[in-house]
Design a protein around this ligand. Structure first.
Ligand SMILES: [Zn+2]
Length: 339
């Protein structure tokens, strides 16, 4: 039963990677064509739109990298897996996006000021307009493709991705308006093209800010959001045999989550029975949050005031729940227990 569940998880995973991969290739194609059209067509708005596609391509790359890294098994030198590699790459991408957003902003502003100071800009060429139309069409198609798969595998991440595609289509509508006005109205209206570049750079800033905040938060071990924490709590408390939970700690390791928790079980249970309950908690969490979820459950007897006897303070059941391919190191036993 558990194997089938994990296979389902893997299949969902594969689909998510495939759909994100398709988005990555579309964004790469659009980046190249838009930057080319922006330079050749002399359009600041199209250049900004191209830089936006570049930022989308880079974020897709980090997400795919994260998916691949999540599969990389735990090893002797990385006992918690390699998820933070994704976090680190994301913070670098965030930093880089601040730089390109700033450059795009200044470029558009400088060109706009030229027009305001009385100079006339060269009108953009039609290729910039074609690039905008192509971008709108392909992004709307990507929205439909992604949302269909998101519904099929019920993935929040993919749904967010789909809506991002649609918002990209909308920002290309802005580009189309700026470029179109500059081409067809000419004269002072050419200012609309660089002004649109300034406007679009704000969106790149927004992406940069979002990526940087979440990756820095993850690097300093922030807890999961309240909604996810409540979901984790509910799953644990709904597991049969769990009487209470305490000391719950959550955090993110790349695209995976990590949960440390103490559960209270019937004090009449033996070690094996208590361990089975801890295992159930682990499996339920992995079923919801993916096979690479890190879970550490400590089962404690459910008694009001635990008696304190030095050296014999009850049995702690520690269930290390990460999926590790092999055991390393020698087993450490409490010497008192062998007597
Ligand atoms: Zn975008």
């Amino acid at each position: 039963m558990e194997v089938i569940r994990n296979m389902d998880q893997d299949e969902r995973f594969e689909q998510a990677v495939r759909v994100t991969g398709a988005g990555l290739f579309v964004n790469l194609g659009l980046t190249i064509f838009k930057l080319f059209a922006g330079v050749l067509g002399n359009s600041a708005a199209m250049l900004a739109d191209g830089v936006h596609s570049l930022s989308d391509f880079l974020t897709d790359l980090v997400v795919i990298l994260g998916f691949e890294i999540a599969r990389k098994p735990v090893d002797r030198t990385h006992n918690y897996g390699h998820g933070k590699v994704e976090t680190l790459s994301a913070s670098l991408v965030g930093l880089m996006l601040f730089v390109v957003a700033g450059q795009t902003f200044l470029y558009g502003l400088r060109k706009s000021l030229l027009v305001i100071n009385g100079e006339t800009l060269q009108q953009p060429a039609l290729i910039a307009l074609y690039a905008a139309i192509l971008s709108i069409l392909s992004k709307e198609l990507m929205y439909h493709y992604t949302i269909r798969h998101a519904r099929k595998i019920n993935s929040m991440a993919l749904t967010a991705n789909a809506w991002h595609h649609r918002s990209d289509a909308l920002s290309s509508v802005c580009t189309m308006i700026g470029v179109g006005a500059a081409i067809f109205l000419g004269g002072r209206w050419t200012v609309l093209d660089p002004l649109m570049a300034v406007f679009l750079s704000l969106f790149i800033f927004k992406v940069a800010l979002k990526i940087s905040c979440s990756s820095v938060n993850e690097l300093i071990e922030a807890s999961l959001d309240e909604k996810t924490n409540a979901e984790v709590r509910e799953i644990i408390l709904n597991t049969e045999g769990v009487r209470a939970l305490s000391n719950m700690k959550t955090r993110k390791i790349g695209s995976n989550i990590a949960v440390d928790v103490h559960i209270k079980v019937d004090s009449g249970l033996n070690v094996g029975e208590a361990d089975r309950i801890a295992l159930h908690v682990e499996h339920s969490l992995k079923k919801t949050f993916g096979p690479y979820t890190y879970v550490l459950v400590k089962a404690e007897p459910d008694i009001p005031e635990p008696p304190i006897h030095p050296g014999k303070t009850g049995v702690c059941l520690r269930k290390e729940a990460e999926t590790r391919p092999e055991e390393w190191g020698s087993e450490e036993r409490n010497p008192d227990e062998n007597r």
